[in-house]
Write a protein that binds this ligand. Structure first.
Ligand code: HEM
Length: 406
C-alpha cells in the first residue's frame, strides 16, 4: 500500500474498491473480497456518508431478503459517484419498480410477473433462435473479423426487448440506435440526455399505439390492466434499462471469459447440454450487475454487526459470488460446479423479473456462436480489450474477434 491509500484510510473507512486495472479482467476489483471473519465492513459512500459494504454470501442474502432494508432511491447514498446525477437521488420515476418498497412495489410486481408466462417464454425462445441465427449470418458474411459486441452481444438482447414490448419492425432501427446512444459508456452526459428524451417520447407513442391496436406482446397485454399510459411507458423504459445492458454485457464478457478459458470452452463444445450450467457459472463468475444498495429503515443486526436506521448498505454480489465459504475455489471458472444459489440476479422481493428471458437468451446464444465459428478467437491481445469499468454494469466496450473462413 502506498502513502495515498494510507492517507485515505486515516480519514475514515475506505470507499468501494473499483480499480480493475491490475490482474484478471473477470475478477472483482482489487480489495473487493469476502474475508471469512468480516462478511460486512464499514464503507464510505460517494457523498461521504459512512455506511456498510457487504461481501459475504450469507450476509448478502440476509440483507436482500429483509424488508427492513429499503430500495427507495431517495433514501440511498450512492456507493460510487454517478456523473450527471444529483448527489441526493430523487425518488424512482413512474414505472421504475426497482426503486420502490412494498406495498407499491408488490402491486406492480404481481402485475408484471403474471405477464412473463410460459407461453410467452416459449415463443420468445423461438425468436431468440431466429435473431441469433440472423446476427451470426450477418457477422459471417462481413467477416472474418468482427466486433462481437456490435455484431452480436448488443443486437440479440435489443431485438428481444423489441419483441417483448412489441416494437414494430419499421421502428426497430431507430429504436436500437437510440438505445445504443443511451448505453454508450463513452458518450457525453448531454448526448445521453437527448437519447433518453427521444426514447421516452417513443415509448409514450408506443403505448398509445398498443392501446389503439393491441398486438401479441407484453405491453399490449398490460393495456388491459388499470395502469395509466404514464405507468406503461415507465415500465417499458424499465424493461429496456434492466434487460438490455445486463444481458448484452453477459454475452460480450461471457464470450471473452470462455475464449480465455479454452479448456472450459472445449467442454461446452463437446457437450452442448452443458449450456444451462455454463450460463449459471458465467452469471456467478462475472456478476455484471453490481453493487446493489439498500437503506436501513430501522436498526438491524446482521451477522453480529449493528446497522443503524438510515445507513446505506452496499451489497456486492460479485464479492458474495466469490465467497469461498459458499463456492469453493471461487476464482476458477468451472462449468461443472453446478453454480446454483448465486446472487447475480439479486435476491428477495426485487430478484430479477427477467431472469428466465435472460437465461433463454444466453442458453441459445453461446452454443450457437461457438458452433458457427469453431475457430473463434480474440483479434487483439486480451489486455487490449476495452473494459466498461466506469458503469454500474460491468463488461466489455468492444470485443474484436476473428476466425478462419471455411
Ligand atoms: C432486477 C440482474 C436481465 C428485468 C434485477 C436485479 C438484478 C438484475 C441484480 C435486482 C436489482 C435490485 O435488487 O435492486 C440482471 C442480469 C441480467 C438481467 C445480470 C442479465 C443477465 C433482465 C432482463 C429483464 C430484466 C432480460 C427484462 C426483460 C428486471 C426487472 C427488475 C430486475 C424489471 C426489477 C425487479 C423488481 O424490482 O422487482 N436484475 N437482470 N432483467 N431485472 Fe434483471
Amino acid at each position: 500500500a502506498g502513502t495515498t491509500a494510507d492517507a485515505a484510510t486515516t480519514e475514515g473507512p475506505p470507499t468501494l474498491p473499483t480499480d480493475r486495472r491490475t490482474g484478471c479482467p473477470f475478477d472483482p476489483p482489487t480489495g473487493l473480497t469476502a474475508p471469512s471473519d468480516e462478511p460486512l465492513r464499514r464503507m464510505r459512500c460517494a457523498d461521504g456518508h459512512i455506511g456498510w459494504l457487504v461481501t459475504g454470501h450469507a450476509a448478502a442474502r440476509a440483507v436482500l431478503s429483509d424488508p427492513r432494508f429499503s430500495s427507495r432511491y431517495e433514501l440511498l447514498h450512492p456507493p460510487i459517484p454517478m456523473p450527471g446525477l444529483p448527489e441526493q437521488l430523487p425518488p424512482a420515476p413512474v414505472g421504475d419498480i426497482i426503486g420502490l418498497d412494498a406495498p407499491e412495489h408488490t402491486r406492480y410486481r404481481r402485475l408484471l410477473t403474471g405477464k412473463f408466462t410460459v407461453r410467452r417464454m416459449r415463443r420468445l425462445t423461438e425468436r431468440v433462435q431466429h435473431f441469433t441465427a440472423e446476427c451470426l449470418d450477418a457477422m459471417e458474411q462481413a467477416g472474418p473479423t468482427a466486433d462481437l459486441v456490435a455484431a452480436f452481444a448488443q443486437p440479440v438482447p435489443a431485438l428481444m426487448i423489441c419483441e417483448l414490448l412489441g416494437v414494430p419492425y419499421a421502428d426497430r432501427e431507430r429504436f436500437q440506435s437510440q438505445v445504443a446512444a443511451l448505453f454508450d459508456q463513452t458518450a457525453e452526459v448531454e448526448a445521453k440526455g437527448d437519447a433518453y428524451t427521444a426514447l421516452s417520447h417513443y415509448l409514450n407513442e408506443l403505448v398509445l399505439a398498443k392501446r389503439a391496436e393491441p398486438t401479441d406482446d407484453l405491453l399490449s397485454d398490460l393495456t388491459t390492466s388499470d395502469l395509466t399510459d404514464e405507468e406503461l411507458a415507465g415500465i417499458g423504459g424499465l424493461l429496456l434499462a434492466a434487460g438490455l445492458d445486463t444481458t448484452a454485457n453477459m454475452l460480450g464478457l461471457g464470450t471473452f471469459a470462455l475464449l480465455s478459458n479454452p479448456d472450459q470452452l472445449d467442454a461446452l463444445r463437446a457437450d452442448p447440454a452443458l449450456a444451462g450450467q455454463t450460463v449459471e457459472e458465467l452469471l456467478r463468475y462475472l456478476s455484471v450487475a453490481d453493487p446493489i444498495p439498500r437503506a436501513a429503515l430501522e436498526d438491524v443486526e446482521v451477522e453480529g454487526r449493528l446497522i443503524r436506521t438510515g445507513e446505506t448498505v452496499t451489497v456486492s454480489v460479485q464479492a458474495a459470488n466469490r465467497d469461498p465459504r459458499r463456492f469453493p475455489d471461487p476464482d476458477r471458472l468451472d462449468l461443472h460446479r453446478g453454480a446454483t444459489g448465486h446472487l447475480a440476479f439479486g435476491h428477495g422481493a426485487h430478484q430479477c423479473l427477467g431472469q428466465q428471458l435472460a437465461r433463454v437468451e444466453m442458453t441459445v446464444a453461446f452454443p450457437a456462436l461457438f458452433a458457427r465459428f469453431p475457430t473463434l478467437r480474440l483479434a487483439v491481445p486480451p489486455q487490449e480489450v476495452p473494459l466498461r469499468d466506469r458503469s454500474n454494469i460491468y463488461g466489455v466496450i468492444s470485443l474484436p474477434v476473428t476466425w478462419d473462413k471455411e
